[in-house]
Design a protein around this ligand. Structure first.
Ligand code: ADP
Ligand code: ASP
Ligand code: MG
Length: 297
């Protein structure tokens, strides 16, 4: 079984979602598909939090534009029998969850700082919740999972870390009987082990979600599907002469990620390296390109 992670640009448009569908449909079942929020939406959700705190309710206009973007994607990619249900899911999360959160931020000037943080963490989780509803609705055999049910964090040194033991226990229960389907999972999002509050694994954290699942489910491979042809010698946006590295060791990949290669979130490497699970970096927009494989030697 493979774990395949698709980043923001890979789920960000009808064109890329249709590519994702072809890529996943070429795979044997069962398969686990981890998705990010639609490209740019996480930044928008957070910018809207800032606006709401300034009592600038034009953030609700941005929310309406995002609603339309998600509905358009549903019309473009979701299979007919699932379409209405996914439209309804999007409206429900926007009207019954996101809007009330933004209004609470905008109308409560005395909200304590830790409460503001809690609300913004709950808000930012909606990016992956909405994109995963669309992706699960693209497949006849799509099976939605909810990362909030099994990814657990705990406070650590002023931030938070994954609680491996609790996450392992819950993941093994949730994925006990994989059957044959396309199992669609939200990247990035989690809950605090003690309080149950919605948390996340940090910006770019969907790669880490995928690596955690690959490790706990003993996947045969982890595939990171993104918008470049592989792990490159440098960021091609700033170094147009960068070239794809066909093969790397876990240590080489870790060193480049630690030095800022944004293509993989740094905590991603350790869980798969420990189990010697090969990691492929591939391009959703050019799937026939060979990509990069990260292995032990
Ligand atoms: P995703 O949304 O798929 O997770 P990211 O934007 O997080 O994608 O990561 C992909 C981007 O990482 C590429 O578009 C590229 O600009 C950037 N990048 C930085 N360093 C590298 C590198 N060494 N190799 C490939 N891409 C890199
Ligand atoms: N959507 C989250 C972010 O933009 C997580 C991810 O894309 O990996 O940071
Ligand atoms: Mg990323």
């Amino acid at each position: 079984m493979k774990v395949m992670k698709f980043g923001g640009t890979s789920v960000g448009s009808i064109e890329s979602l249709l590519n994702l569908k072809n890529i996943v449909n070429a795979e044997q079942r069962p398969v686990v598909v981890v998705v990010s929020a639609m490209g740019g939406f996480t930044n928008q959700l957070l910018a809207m939090c800032e606006q709401a705190q300034q009592r600038d309710i034009s953030c609700l206009d941005t929310l309406e534009a995002a609603r339309k973007r998600h509905h358009d994607a549903v019309d473009g990619v979701v299979i007919e029998p699932m379409r209405q249900q996914v439209h309804d899911t999007i409206d429900r999360f926007i009207d019954e969850s996101l809007k009330p959160y933004y209004l609470a931020l905008a109308t409560n000037p005395h909200m304590p700082v830790d409460e503001i943080e809690r609300v913004c963490d709950a808000i930012v989780a909606h990016g992956e919740i909405l994109s995963s509803a669309i992706v699960a609705g693209m497949f006849e055999d799509g099976t939605p999972h909810l990362s909030l049910n099994y990814m657990r964090t705990r406070p650590d040194a002023g931030g938070r870390v994954l609680d491996w033991d609790e996450t392992a226990r819950l993941v093994k229960a949730d994925f006990a009987d994989l059957g044959d389907g396309v199992h669609v999972v939200q990247g990035f999002i989690s809950r605090d082990k003690e309080s149950g509050a919605v948390t996340n694994l940090g910006r770019g954290g969907s790669d880490y979600t995928a690596a955690i699942l690959a490790s706990l489910l003993d996947a045969e491979a982890l595939e990171i599907w993104t918008d470049v042809d592989g792990f490159m010698t440098a960021d091609p946006r700033t170094h147009p002469d960068a070239t794809v590295i066909p093969q790397m060791t876990y240590e080489q990949a870790q060193a480049m990620c630690d030095a800022g290669a944004k293509v993989i979130y740094p905590p991603t490497i350790a869980p798969v390296a420990m189990k010697r699970i090969p990691v492929w970096v591939k391009n959703t927009f050019n799937p026939s390109a060979p990509g990069t494989v990260i292995v032990n030697s």
